[in-house]
Every structure is written in structure tokens, then in C-alpha cells.
Ligand binder design. Structure first.
Ligand code: FAD
Length: 404
């Protein structure tokens, strides 16, 4: 990557830091930051040069995300979703027409929304009920999604659904590129935004509930994964590994930002006639925080540079899961410790620590919970499939895997 992208991110970070409390308090989306990101070429920097991007690698994106997350968690999420996850899946698996349609929208400032979770299908994503039934040249989408990040501000939506052919035979889980611009006030017929969650942190980002009722989507907007629809969900989830690295890196950035602020405070705040930095009880906390941050960064960078099997362009699943798991749990502990170092001041909104603490709490939940990530890591280490349904475990023994 051109070093200037990272330098640009470092220049923008203080501007984003100044605005961060505003988005949090007013629960508004960071539109002016998005404009700055688009102008600086940080929206869609991972897109191939042929489509107007900079061809930045996931590792390059991770470096930028960490810098921005130190300043504003919300804005870092925009950067992740404009370079990893849904748009990365489109760029990897899409047709030329799909890529040519999506790329300029993202480059201009759109953060695509990835729509998987449903009220009855959270960790068990494959239990989703949303259907896409082929009728002539279109699919009719029916179902509901919730906790959709950016629902209400995003234009591009990657909607996951069970795909059926003309005879209503189920073919597998696929993803559809759905364009719906909520800011224009004109949504396609059958596409409704039912409302948004009132969240603990990341308050400027809408987490919305969407409903599809006979939503017509042209057949050409089905994103066809390389393994075909029957095994396509696994391909789509591979793309999601990049998003997991993005989420883990945001957690890392928030932890680093809180840690740097706390270290500075320890030098300036005096009690018992000397700076807090001179107390060994706090020095050992600093050492533990520093060690944890370094470990998380190494794991995330290893994961960001890795590739999954069979020529995948996406990161290795287990490395991504391990890194996000460690970074997200580390960040909650480190931000909590940083807040503690500020004493009462840390508990007040005079400092950004209380916001960072609320923001960072999310990362062990969204994009694969800590429990599900542990299950993935354990499966990879033990060389076992780890189906979580009551009867699936019995069927998938290590011997079955060896025979595959
Ligand atoms: P559940 O699956 O109901 O789990 C509840 C608890 O049980 C969790 O602690 C979980 O770890 C545990 N659990 C479940 N199964 C097991 C098991 N087999 N073994 C051990 N423990 C288990 N989804 C999207 O599709 N798009 C988005 O943009 C998006 N953004 C999000 C943003 C935020 C801020 C949040 C909080 C969530 C977002 N999600 C999104 C949804 C997210 O992916 C789900 O919340 C997550 O997959 C967990 O599902 P759930 O909340 O239904 O919890």
C-alpha cells in the first residue's frame, strides 16, 4: 500500500476524535466523516484498481482501521464495512456487472449493509427463514432481518436468503445485492425499515430491522459463490473472515486509544505528591495492558496476511476467529483498566473513556460471538467438525472428516 493512505488516516484521526462525542450523544450517523473518508480514498481502498480502488490488502486496511478506531469507533466501523465483508464478497465472487455497479457507490461513500441475522437465527445463521423464490427473471424475497448495521443509511445491501428454483426446490443459501437508498425517501416496493435498536454503545450507527415482502430482485443480482449454491454459504462466510479481522482491529484500536490516553494521564495526574505513573500498582497494570495489546495486534496481523485453503483470497477461518476472539476480549479488559486509571474522571463524559467502554463491549457479540469463535478455533485445532445441532455432532466424527 502507498504509505500515504496510512498517513492520511493519521491526519484524519484527530478530526474524527473531536467529532466522536457528537455522533454518540445525538445518535446520528457520521456523514461528514464519511465525506472525508471518501475524499481521502479510504472508502473502497481495498477495491481493485480496475474498479477505482487502490488494491489495498486486508493487512493495509487493518493498519488504517486501527488508527481511526483510536479516535472514533463508529467511523472505524464504516471503514471496515466499506473495504471488507460484503463488498469484498462482491469483488471476489461477483460478475463484472455486479462489481461495476457496486464499486462507485462504495467509493462515493456507501457502507454496504450485510443482512444475515434474523429474530430466530442469530448464532445459528443457517436456520434463517428468509426465502428467495425464482419467478421468471426475478427472485421474490420474503422475510425479516434484524441487527442490520447501517440499515437506514446504507444503499447497498447483501441479503442472505434460502434460494428456491421455479419448482420451489431449495438450492442452498445465497446472497443478493439489493439496492435501496433510504436517504432518498424512496425504497423499492416490498423493502421496509421497521425501526432501529437503542444500543448501549456505537450509538451513531443504526442497527435496523428490515422486512422484505415479495421484494423483486433481478436474477442477475444473485451473487454466485464459487462452490455453487449448495455449498455457497461457506464461501460467503469465508468472505466474512475479513470482516472479523476488521472487527477485531477496531477493538484493538479502541484499546490502544484508551491505553495511550491513560498513559498520558498517569504522567500528569498527581496524588500523594507524585505522578500516578510512579505507583507500581499502576505500572503493572500498564505492563499487562501493553502485553495484551501487542499480542492482539500480532494475531490480527497474522490473520490479515493469511489465506484460507484452496486458493481462497480470504483470510484463514481459524486465524481470523482466534484473532477476533482475543482482540475483542482483550479490548474490554484494557479499556476498563484505562477507565479505572482516570478514577472518577473516567466515569464521566469529560473523557472519551466511558464512550469507548460502551462501544467496545459490542465486539464479543456482533460478527460471531466469543462462544461461537471458540467453537471454530477448537474445531480447527482438533481437526473436527463441530456442528451445534443436537443430532449433527453424532453424524460428523473425525473419521468422517478423514474420509472426505
Ligand atoms: P444468540 O445466537 O441467541 O446467542 C445468545 C448467547 O448464546 C450468546 O452468548 C452466544 O454466544 C451463546 N450461544 C449461542 N449458540 C451457542 C453455542 N452453540 N455454544 C455456546 N454458546 C452459544 N447481523 C447481521 O446479519 N448484520 C449486521 O450488520 C449485524 N450487525 C450487528 C451489530 C451489532 C452491534 C450487534 C450486537 C449484532 C449485529 N449482528 C448483525 C448480529 C450478530 O451477528 C448476532 O447478534 C450474533 O450472531 C449472535 O446472535 P444473537 O444475538 O441472536 O445471539
Amino acid at each position: 500500500m502507498n504509505n500515504s493512505i496510512l498517513e492520511t488516516a493519521k491526519e484524519l484521526a484527530p478530526i474524527f476524535a473531536d467529532r466522536a462525542a457528537h455522533w454518540d450523544k445525538t445518535r446520528t450517523y457520521c456523514w461528514s466523516n464519511v465525506q472525508d473518508l471518501a475524499q481521502a480514498g479510504l472508502m473502497g481502498m481495498s477495491l481493485p484498481v480496475a474498479y477505482g480502488g487502490k488494491g489495498a490488502s486486508f493487512f493495509d486496511v487493518a493498519l488504517v482501521v486501527e488508527e481511526i478506531a483510536k479516535a472514533c469507533t463508529l467511523t472505524a466501523r464504516v471503514v471496515v464495512e466499506a473495504n471488507m465483508g460484503g463488498i469484498a464478497a462482491v469483488m471476489a465472487y461477483g460478475t463484472d456487472a455486479q462489481k461495476a455497479f457496486c464499486a462507485p457507490i462504495v467509493l462515493a461513500g456507501d457502507k454496504p449493509a450485510i443482512c444475515i441475522t434474523e429474530p430466530g437465527a442469530g448464532s445459528a445463521a443457517t436456520q434463517m427463514k428468509t426465502t428467495a423464490k425464482k419467478r421468471g427473471g426475478v427472485y421474490l424475497l420474503n422475510g425479516a432481518k434484524h441487527w442490520i448495521t447501517g440499515g437506514g443509511v446504507s444503499k447497498l445491501h447483501l441479503v442472505f436468503a434460502r434460494v428456491f428454483d421455479e419448482t420451489d426446490t431449495e438450492l442452498g443459501i445465497g446472497a443478493f445485492i439489493v439496492y435501496a437508498d433510504p436517504m432518498s425517501g424512496k425504497l423499492p416496493a416490498g423493502f421496509k425499515i421497521l425501526g432501529r435498536e437503542h444500543t448501549m454503545g456505537l450509538c451513531g450507527m443504526p442497527e435496523a430491522e428490515l422486512q422484505f415482502t415479495n421484494l423483486e430482485v433481478g436474477a442477475e443480482w444473485l451473487l454466485m459463490p464459487p462452490s455453487g449454491l449448495a455449498r455457497g454459504f461457506a464461501d460467503l462466510m469465508n468472505a466474512y473472515n475479513s470482516q472479523r479481522i476488521g472487527a477485531g482491529t477496531i477493538a484493538l484500536g479502541v484499546a490502544t486509544g484508551a491505553f495511550e490516553r491513560a498513559c498520558d494521564y498517569l504522567h500528569h495526574r498527581e496524588q500523594f505528591g507524585r505522578p500516578l505513573a510512579e505507583f507500581q500498582g499502576l505500572q503493572w497494570m500498564v505492563a499487562d495492558m501493553d502485553t495484551q495489546i501487542h499480542a492482539a495486534r500480532l494475531m490480527l496481523h497474522e490473520a490479515a496476511k493469511s489465506r484460507g485453503p484452496n486458493g481462497s483470497i480470504f483470510p484463514d477461518m481459524a486465524k481470523a476467529a482466534r484473532a477476533k476472539l482475543f482482540a475483542s476480549e482483550m479490548a474490554i479488559k484494557v479499556v476498563n483498566a484505562a477507565l479505572q486509571m482516570f478514577g472518577a474522571r473516567g466515569y464521566s463524559d469529560r473523557e472519551p473513556l466511558e464512550r469507548m467502554y460502551r462501544d467496545v463491549r459490542m465486539f464479543t457479540i456482533g460478527g460471531g460471538t466469543a462462544q461461537i469463535l471458540r467453537t471454530q478455533v477448537a474445531g480447527a485445532v482438533l481437526g473436527m467438525k463441530t456442528p451445534q445441532t443436537r443430532h449433527g455432532y453424532v453424524a460428523a466424527t473425525p473419521r468422517d472428516i478423514a474420509a472426505e
